[in-house]
Design a protein around this ligand. Structure first.
Ligand SMILES: NC(=O)c1ccc[n+]([C@@H]2O[C@H](COP(=O)([O-])OP(=O)(O)OC[C@H]3O[C@@H](n4cnc5c(N)ncnc54)[C@H](O)[C@@H]3O)[C@@H](O)[C@H]2O)c1
Length: 276
């Protein structure tokens, strides 16, 4: 038995592109019923029409709670249950530590509040339906090891990690509850978010389908952190980056020491000594 079994229902936000789109295709191929949600109405409708099986497409914005409630009501009215909820929609790029306040608001509204809205709208209904079910929130390594470049995105994704850990705790303490929570942490994946002008997948990136395969395997294995490598960053390298990052606090190093001129070489040596 798996939440991804034929006949089960999946709700996916950000389903018109990238990882959400790949998930929709792969779930449809498994015989799941789908409720797809995206703010790109036309793209979503065309995509939904191309999929086999029972598919509903609902246009809306995850940063608007009433849109997410509409998605929930539509999913339950149409299918009566939700076995997989992927809170996946997000945007990125363009924030700086100061001077970009509108961008901070947009990114936090979508990337953080979008996930909060999904959890708030669906969790109690999913618990009440009395079947096994999974809530998969898409985080990012940027919310965990916090590389410089897009501080609003990293802050939102750090929030997604924290709220999903809290959600897992709350769900496992629900008497008789059968709903689990999972944090999907993709590596570098070739999607609308990362492609820029490129039309060909760079060798280093994973395809969105690889991420979804890893996600299905991770959720079925009961993993909370579904951490994905890519073709550049291996699992052992990810583990060393994680350990170094926590070490900043324990060793009283400067913030983000991996990228600090006095510490960068020490980090490189730390990795080289362990990966040789
Ligand atoms: N691509 C990567 O390398 C990568 C790495 C780590 C994490 N992620 C995460 O994976 C998830 C999926 O991103 P992707 O890479 O597939 O990007 P993508 O841009 O290809 O897809 C994101 C989808 O979300 C939709 N969307 C954006 N804002 C929305 C809103 N307010 N309401 C409804 N829909 C909205 C977009 O229209 C788009 O269809 C995101 O949470 C992203 O942060 C991606």
């Amino acid at each position: 038995m798996s939440v991804f079994d034929r006949g089960n229902v999946a709700v996916i936000t950000g389903a018109a592109s990238g990882i959400g789109r790949a998930a929709a295709k792969m779930f449809a191929a498994r015989g799941m019923k789908l409720c797809l949600f995206d703010r790109e109405e036309k793209l979503l409708a065309e995509f939904a029409a191309s999929l086999p099986g029972q598919v509903r497409a609902i246009a809306g914005d995850v940063s608007r709670y009433e849109d997410v409630e509409k998605l929930r009501d539509s999913a339950y009215e149409t299918f009566g249950a939700v076995h997989v909820l992927m809170n996946n929609a997000a945007i990125g790029h363009g924030s700086k530590s100061w001077g970009t306040l509108p961008r901070w608001r947009a990114i936090l509204d979508i990337n953080l509040f979008g996930v909060i809205h999904g959890v708030d709208a669906f969790a109690s209904r999913m618990l009440a339906q009395g079947t096994a079910a999974a809530i998969v929130n898409t985080g990012s390594k940027q919310g965990i090891t916090n590389p410089p470049g897009d501080p609003a995105y990293a802050t939102a994704k750090a929030g997604v990690r924290a709220l999903t850990e809290q959600l897992a705790y709350s769900l496992r303490n629900e008497p008789g509850g059968q709903v689990s929570a999972h944090l999907l942490v993709p590596g570098w994946t070739f999607t609308g978010l990362t492609a820029g002008d490129q039309t060909e997948k760079p060798a280093g990136a994973w395809t969105p389908e690889q991420v979804v395969e890893r996600m299905i395997a991770g959720v079925e294995a009961g993993e909370f952190y579904v951490y994905c490598p890519d073709n550049v960053v291996s699992e052992p390298l990810d583990a060393l980056r994680l350990q170094w990052s926590v070490g900043d606090i324990i060793e009283k190093r400067p913030a983000l020491s991996r990228w600090h001129p006095d510490w960068k070489d020490k980090f490189d040596a730390y990795v080289a000594a362990r990966l040789s």
